[in-house]
Design a protein around this ligand. Structure first.
Ligand code: TRP
Ligand code: ZN
Length: 473
């Protein structure tokens, strides 16, 4: 029985001991092990579509991951060093972590009790964590990381390839390869070090700080300087040809290409440069310190992912797919939804970037694409009326057509209502005001009304929140 829940059972003596500890007066220690009012942190971040993802009571500022991977046996050895700040007084807290064995867990250097409950890892530190205190946690783990099947049936988590593996995280896969606060509302900086057999390359987000070979192993040290949501973290291990250059805007660019895809990817490095240049002119300054792409060979994956600074492609991408994934660097990666139901802020915007690109490169006008979606003649328009883009009915639906196609249609309606100049000011202000942060649908609506000076209630009610297909405009 917990004395916190039933104080009547406490004896006077016990109360005295507790109050002494709460005031920091326990004998022989600088800091008390018990903190008044400390409670277990919540098992979720309060996301209605993904109740178990993320955790309560703390905010991660830094992840330092050291990984050692052996492709032949698919064995991963990892150490995760997590720096976080307690947002409430904690007697224990959760991390999201699926599979693998825990070898050791510490909090502030002292061994912590580690319990597994499904995909929750519950750590009970030797000493409670006071509200506001920054603390560090180390988890040492190993084993064969698992592939996770998404609510929508696709694969993510840790996926083996013919020459290595890749870690993919949207929406929940990152918990398969490192423990963390796996919800987009908790962005952090990442430092990822990966050791692989000599001859293979380990690619990750951010910039390559160091590459060192010792005997039969090579270690790659990557650093993401800007905050990142955990679903955007990746590691791709395998045989890669590396193409480095500098974009027109002087950004370092790193493109890794699986030799199997080399023939179909010859244009990719130049296309990345061109797309980043056009998107920077369209949406405002590129939000990260470097750019690039990972072109792997993973037949059957069925999707690409906008992993931060280097989107991941399961085979050679065409230009419009590069436009989509690179547009996410602004919409999704720099400005990240606070909750998964706001996915249209990612996918609707990245899809509209495709329409704008086409319009600007001698293709259909966005107006024509809008009509093709409305009439159902565009290849990607199937299923777009299934639900309102701002209201996916369940976890599986966050990657469904209404979020993409109808999400883009919302932006086109906005553009028609406010005119081109104001529309692009709205987009640029959005990425500027929420740079490297989190935002939600309400904030986008408010910003668009503030900048245009128009009441857009009706437009959003019909196109963004309306369940049914709107009448032909
Ligand atoms: N975000 C990816 C893209 O735009 C698609 C995707 C992959 C996705 N996994 C997802 C979208 C999970 C929503 C949820 O290409
Ligand atoms: Zn997308």
């Amino acid at each position: 029985m917990s004395p916190h829940r039933n104080p009547r059972v406490l004896t006077t003596a016990l109360l005295l001991v507790l109050s002494a500890a709460c005031t920091g007066a326990s004998a022989g220690q600088d800091a008390p092990d018990r903190v008044h009012g400390a409670k277990p942190g919540a098992a979720g971040a309060g996301d209605p579509l993904f109740p178990k993802m993320g955790n309560g009571g703390y905010d991660v500022t830094d992840y330092r991951l050291s990984l050692d991977y052996t492709p032949d046996s698919n064995r991963l050895e990892g150490t995760a060093r997590i720096t976080a700040r307690a947002t409430s007084a904690l007697s224990s807290f959760h991390l999201d972590f699926a599979g693998l064995h825990i070898r050791k867990a510490t909090v502030n250097g002292r061994t912590a009790k580690a319990e597994r409950r499904g995909t929750e890892l519950v750590l009970t530190p030797a000493a409670d964590l006071p509200k506001g205190r920054t603390f560090s946690t180390t988890v040492v783990y190993d084993g064969k990381p698992r592939t996770i099947k998404d609510p929508d049936g696709s694969k993510e988590g840790w996926i083996e390839t013919d020459d290595g593996a890749v870690g993919l995280g949207e929406p929940t896969g990152s918990m398969a390869w490192f423990p963390g606060n796996h919800h987009p509302s908790d962005k952090a900086r990442y430092d990822i070090t990966v050791t692989v057999p000599k001859g293979l390359t380990a690619v990750s987000g951010g910039e390559l700080k160091q590459r060192e070979t010792h005997g039969r192993h090579t270690t790659f040290h990557w650093r993401s300087q800007e905050p990142m949501a955990s679903y955007l973290a990746t590691v791709a291990i395998g045989d890669f040809d590396i193409h480095t250059t500098t974009t027109d805007g002087e950004l370092p660019q790193y493109v890794a290409v699986d030799p199997d895809q080399a023939e179909d990817s010859t244009k990719v490095p130049d296309q990345v440069t061109g797309v980043i240049d056009w998107e920077s002119r369209t949406f405002g300054r590129y939000p990260f310190s470097s750019t690039g792409a990972i072109v792997d060979h993973l037949p059957g994956l069925g999707y690409a992912l906008e992993t931060q600074t280097k989107p991941y492609f399961a085979d050679a991408p065409d230009e419009i797919l590069l436009v989509h994934e690179l547009a996410h660097q602004w919409f999704g990666n720099s400005v990240t939804p606070r909750a998964w139901k706001d996915m249209w802020l990612n996918e609707g915007f990245a899809t509209y970037a495709e329409w704008l690109w086409e319009e600007d490169h001698d293709g259909r006008t966005a107006e024509q694409t809008f009509r093709d979606f409305y009439d159902g003649t565009d290849d990607e328009s199937g299923g777009i009326w299934d639900f309102a883009p701002a209201d996916p009915p369940n976890a599986a639906a966050v990657s469904d057509p209404p979020v993409y196609g109808r999400g883009a249609m919302v932006l086109h309606k906005l553009r028609q209502a406010v005119g081109d100049k104001t529309f692009f000011t709205i987009l640029r202000t959005w990425v500027k005001e929420h740079r490297h942060g989190n935002a939600d649908t309400k904030q986008f609506i408010a910003l668009s009304e503030r900048i245009s000076g128009k009441d857009l209630t009706k437009l959003y009610d019909v196109w963004l929140f309306g369940k049914d297909k709107p009448a032909k405009p």
